[in-house]
Design a protein around this ligand. Sequence first.
Ligand code: SAM
Length: 200
Amino acid sequence: MSSFANKILELSAAFGLYDWWASRCLKQVYDTLVGLADLCGDEEILDVGCGTGMLSSRLAKVSDGISVHGVDISPRMITTAGRRTRGCHLNAEYTVGTATKLPCSDGQFDVVSSCVLFHLLRDSEKELALREIFRVLKPGGRYVCAEFEKYPAWFSCKRLLEYPNDLIGIVGFDVDAQFAGPSITRCHSVVYRALIKPGD
Ligand SMILES: C[S@@+](CC[C@H](N)C(=O)[O-])C[C@H]1O[C@@H](n2cnc3c(N)ncnc32)[C@H](O)[C@@H]1O
């Protein structure tokens, strides 16, 4: 990943700026992801690149029967996420780890989520991360994501930052839903996906 981008994110999280920005700009994104997850109320969910746990805690709030596991590469983010849920009686736990080698068992989760994570991964890491998400999902499990994709033509890093759309089928996912949402920044909009790991 870009360690520079990671440092900026960590700094902004340390001063509360990340949560301030996310609660304004990502609120609708989180709501859409919770809807896309199509939860019954007893799922085990993994939130990859969970950051300060904004999405993870929303997912956990859907029902007491839901348990959420957040993984992030940044220990500082994980500490902040843990602080958010402490005392809230939410069934959420957080672990430091990387999307390219998730600290989880094969077929452990009913649902996996990622929110604005993939643009921080190198090209080679994107494939590994997508394969890891596939691995940790149960057969029939659902992967929901909201990732930056539609970059304007003048944006020079466009290719580097895009979601690995071409790998979705190669990794083995079926596409249940895919649509572009409104722009959350001036530069790029967010594409939502619900991908299914085919059942046995
Ligand atoms: C833009 S933040 C989004 C956080 C959270 N998903 C949200 O929506 O609020 C991206 C997060 O991805 C994490 N991240 C970056 N590279 C990662 C990797 N290889 N594995 C796991 N997390 C990573 C960063 O530390 C950061 O917390």
